[in-house]
Design a protein around this ligand. Structure first.
Ligand code: HEM
Length: 413
């Protein structure tokens, strides 16, 4: 008979295996159960969508709502009460509220406005690379991949430098997935602290406005009532939260895959104009957001012959859709010269009205990070090439990313 400990060990092994490489499971699901009923630990009836065409349709299906106030019971069961205040933002709303909140910040993230940030991003990249040790192993994630996007988004929002590491710690706690009372209490405390942090920061911007996005949004709130105080706090939180770990993990995944695919790396280094296409391919191949945020069915809907009942949650596996052979030829191969891999071919930044607002910024940061890193350290290598990567291992991670990326940098020349 199997003991509880043996069962737990076996389950942990399965989870570790899935984290290491989720694609065999996704491939099986796409063929055998493309709209798969699941029983996640929160107990809410949930359906997992894994094929590209279904995923793309579901991401823009108005019958699949993002308004968590409509799904309040399910939402509370999963996230508890306190996150509601922080989540009063565009990602958790449908039109017309979604349209109103998104329009307020959209203009700051157009490709043209983002292009204006290029010199500052270059400067941050170079100063982080200046500080990296050479000829000895170190972890590239905390030294480079994480500080780059957090610095850029905090600059943009106007978060003072002395507050940034605390902000990063709090958002790490909020990002963790888990269950149980102790876990919920710690997460609730971090959410309350984040709420208080942004409330105080907004008060400071009111008193002393700066040339930053939070000052601009505070002025919109005060002058024409374009958003409520709570929406303002939650929008600031969303931009900070969505804007840093996503990009940090993508940079880590991208560097890892380029180092383990030397032919692809050589192509990018020899033809710098390939960097845009290469980043799209890296997002498709192993993007940092494995599944979209959950949606819930406001009525019975049918996908691929499976009925999703009203009230059920829907999880859309972007990583699976991006490897669907019905859409991509040889999907399990990394090919930076893949024909037709335009920005909107993959679903790594989502699709439809909730399409990633920060995609132009994320693209620029990742393109610059990779280009400058390999320009400056062409002899860079994994510190332990035989050791295999260590992926984040929580059972239902919001992110697909590495737990560490030990490398050795050899300076050029
Ligand atoms: C590689 C980096 C990134 C990836 C892979 C990514 C991915 C995504 C995805 C998949 C969604 C849609 C979620 C859904 O429909 O459930 C999304 C939404 C969003 N992202 Fe990103 N993101 C990245 C970087 C950023 C950055 C840098 C920012 C901001 C500065 C940002 C801000 C947002 C916002 C505000 C939304 C919500 C949009 C809405 O609801 O209309 N993201 N992102």
């Amino acid at each position: 008979m199997t003991t509880t400990q043996e069962a737990v060990t076996a389950a942990e092994r399965c989870i570790a295996e899935f984290r290491r490489d989720p694609h065999p499971v996704y491939a099986h699901l796409r063929d055998a159960a493309p709209v798969c009923p699941m029983k996640p630990p929160h107990g809410n009836e949930t359906y997992l969508i894994t094929r590209y065409e279904d995923a793309r349709a579901a991401l823009s299906d108005p019958r699949l709502s993002k308004d968590m106030y409509g799904a309040m019971d399910a939402y509370r069961r999963i996230f508890g009460d306190s996150s509601v205040a922080l989540d009063d933002n565009m990602l958790n709303s449908d039109a017309p509220k979604h349209t109103r909140l998104r329009r307020l910040v959209n203009s700051a993230f157009t490709p043209r406005r983002v292009e204006a940030l290029r010199p500052r991003i270059e400067e941050v990249v170079q100063s982080l690379l200046d500080a990296c040790p050479t000829r000895e192993p170190f972890d590239l994630l905390p030294a480079f991949a994480f500080p780059l996007p957090i610095t850029v988004i905090c600059d943009l929002l106007g978060v003072p430098p002395e507050d940034r590491s605390r902000l990063q710690q709090l958002s790490t706690t909020v990002a963790q997935t888990g269950f149980g009372e102790e876990f919920k209490r710690a997460q609730q405390k971090a959410e309350e602290d984040l709420h208080a942090f942004f409330t105080d920061l907004i008060a400071a911007k009111r008193a002393h406005p700066g040339d930053d996005m939070l000052s601009a949004l505070t002025a919109v709130r005060d002058n024409d009532g374009g958003l409520t105080e709570n929406e303002l706090v939650s929008t600031a939180f969303l931009l900070m939260f969505a804007g840093h770990k996503t990009t940090a993990y993508l940079i880590g995944n991208a560097v890892h895959h380029l180092l383990t695919h030397p032919v692809q790396l050589r192509a990018v280094r020899e033809r710098p104009e390939l960097i845009r296409a290469a980043v799209e391919e890296l997002v498709r191949y192993d993007g940092s957001v494995e599944s979209a945020t959950f949606r819930y069915a406001t009525e019975d809907v049918e996908y691929n012959g499976t009925r999703i009942p009203k009230g059920a949650l829907v999880q859309i596996a972007l990583s699976s859709a991006n490897r669907d052979p019905r859409k991509f030829t040889a999907p399990d191969e990394l090919d930076v010269m893949r024909p037709g891999n335009a920005q909107d071919a993959h679903l790594g930044f989502g699709h439809g009205s909730h399409y990633c607002l920060g995609a132009p910024l994320a693209r620029m940061e990742t393109q610059l990070a990779i280009t400058r890193l390999f320009d400056r350290f062409p002899g860079m290598a994994l510190a332990d090439p035989g050791g295999g990567p260590r992926w984040l291992e929580v059972p239902f991670p919001a992110f697909r990313g590495l737990a560490e990326l030990p490398v050795v940098l050899e300076p050029a020349g």
